[in-house]
Structures are given as C-alpha cells and as structure tokens.
Design a protein around this ligand. Structure first.
Ligand code: ZN
Length: 310
C-alpha cells in the first residue's frame, strides 16, 4: 500500500461560459482565482483555477470553459458531487447566500453524521458544502465571505460508478481506508491527509455512462509532495497493470494520469512548484499567464478571450 498520497490536489471540470463560471466561484462561493491561463491543448480556451489564498493543494477547483459546448449528461463513471468543507454552524448562512445568488435548488442533507447543503453549479454540476469539525485550513476571505463561514478547501469527491469493487481496491492501494458505509455509498479516507481527505464511492449498477460536457468533472487529481514521490507512485500504479502517462509539466505542478476501472480519470500531481511560480502571491490570478509554447499567441488571445471580472 502506498503512503505518498496526501488527499485531493485539484478537481478539473468543464463549463460553457467563462464569465458565469468566474462569477460563481469568486463571488457566490468566495474562492480566490489563483490563476488565469489557457488550456495546453486548446489555447483559445481558458484554464481557470479557484482556491484558497495560495492555491493550496486540496483546495483547487479548475475549469475549462469551452464556449458553446453541449451540456454534460450525468451518469456512471464520473465524479457526481464535489464537496467543500465549511465551518460548523455556517450552513444556514450559506443557504441564504446561495438562494440570493441564484444557486438554488438547495437541499439540506445529512450523510455520515455530517450536515451538508447540496446545490448545483451554473452548468448543473453537483456540489455540496459540508460542515466539518476541526478543519484548521485557513480560508481566503478576500472574496466577501467571512472567516466564520468561508470554504476551507475540498471535503471530498463522490465517484458514481456502476461497479465499485475494483476502484475501492485501487483507492486502498493508493493509501485510502474504508471508514464508513451507508446504503450505496462507501466512504474512504486518507490517514493524516491534507484536509481534502475523503473519497466516496457510490455504486449504482445499471446506470448509463455519463456523457462529457459542460458541468462534467473531467478528472480528479491526488496530491503528492514532490516529483520523487510522484515517480514512486507512478511505478507502483504501473506495476499493478494500469496504463499511466509519462510525467507532464503543467507549469504549476507535475502530473501523471490514468483511467480507473469505473471510468473516472485520475491524476497524481505534485505540491511543487505551486501558483506563485510565475506571478506575485499578492496578485495571483489577475494577469493572463501563458504556457511557454503558447506565449507567441498573447496578442491574439488577449483580443479573443472574453474579459473576466476581477
Ligand atoms: Zn488536472
């Protein structure tokens, strides 16, 4: 069993409209946009990163807003719900906030002894805010959400699968332990993690597979400290028979990818070098940053990418 993985690193999803997406995460949810860059493979599409003040692994929600793409079709083989951790006692405030900002429908739930609010993002994606005791991660409060209510980072992702056993085995190999189960959901947690410690597997046999589009999670990334740990994980995962990509430089972290038995794309990413690599910490996410290979497109992209509110 591996011991290098520290919990979630980031979650990457697809959206239809960059401005709506930016407003939802920075205004409604009060996260900090920590990077404004472009898709490596489609540089005329933004890659937007929302997180805490620093872009700490375990807090980073990223989006590819593809103008005019069709809506995703929810189903099996994807992340169904991405959950954020909020302080105990804050959900009444959040219910009003979300309603005021038009993020209804909001449904109060209780799962595994935790209170949560389920709601949908602008493209129909499933989100939850979960009241978490003792989450000491520092929140970003520059987005108009105060210290006593602000998001601390991810709580969990829930994988919606037709068949969960092989993915459960994989998570266990990655260092996760089964900690609870309720109905169709088994909860896994990483010991001594970065705070974004939980992965739920929801097993729904016979559910049609999801169709990728706006509102779909594209992949979920797990955190390792550095490139040496990443190579250890890469070798171990490949040795168990998975097809793992080579290490890819994503400018703010190094990444490897592999497809899991239930259909979800996993990534393992390094905590290094981080989002202050190419701009000042005080001004993260303000300027358009371009990967080196797309730097020559700056004039074109600055004219053609839709301007975002700050
Ligand atoms: Zn990624």
């Amino acid at each position: 069993m591996l011991d290098q993985i520290q919990g979630l690193h980031h979650v990457t999803s697809m959206a239809r409209d960059a401005r709506t997406n930016n407003r939802f995460f920075t205004d409604t949810l009060g996260l900090r946009r920590v990077k404004k860059t472009v898709n490596f493979d489609a540089p005329d599409v933004y890659h937007l990163y929302y997180a805490d003040e620093f872009g700490t692994p375990g807090s980073v929600m990223t989006y590819f807003p593809f103008p005019n793409i069709g809506k995703g079709r929810p189903g099996a083989g994807e992340v169904g719900t991405t959950a954020f951790s909020v302080p105990q006692g804050s959900l009444d405030w959040w219910a009003i906030r979300l309603a005021d900002k038009g993020a209804a429908p909001v449904e109060a739930q209780e799962t595994f002894g935790e209170k949560r609010l389920f709601f949908r993002g602008p493209d129909g994606e499933g989100f939850a805010l979960v009241e978490t005791a003792g989450d000491d991660r520092a929140p970003w409060t520059g987005g108009g959400v105060g210290e006593d209510t602000a998001i601390r980072g991810f709580h969990s992702v829930a994988l919606r699968l037709r068949e969960g056993a092989q993915t459960a085995e994989l998570l266990t190999f990655m260092g996760y332990r089964p900690v609870d189960s309720s109905g169709a959901v088994t909860r896994f947690a990483i010991p001594d993690g970065n705070g974004a410690d939980v992965v739920d597997i929801e097993t729904l046999p016979g559910t049609p597979f999801a169709g990728l589009g706006a509102g779909s999670v594209h992949h979920v990334a797990f955190a390792v400290e550095d490139r040496a740990k990443q190579l250890e994980v890469r070798k171990a995962i490949a040795d168990t028979g998975y097809q793992v990509t080579p290490v890819i430089d994503r400018d703010y972290f190094w990444a490897i990818y592999f497809r899991t038995p239930g259909g979800v794309l996993f990534e393992v990413s390094t905590n290094e070098p981080g989002f202050a690599r190419d701009e000042d910490q005080a001004h993260l996410g303000e300027a358009l940053k371009l990967p080196t290979q797309h730097a020559h497109l700056r004039d074109y992209l600055e004219k053609n990418l839709v301007p975002l509110e700050s």
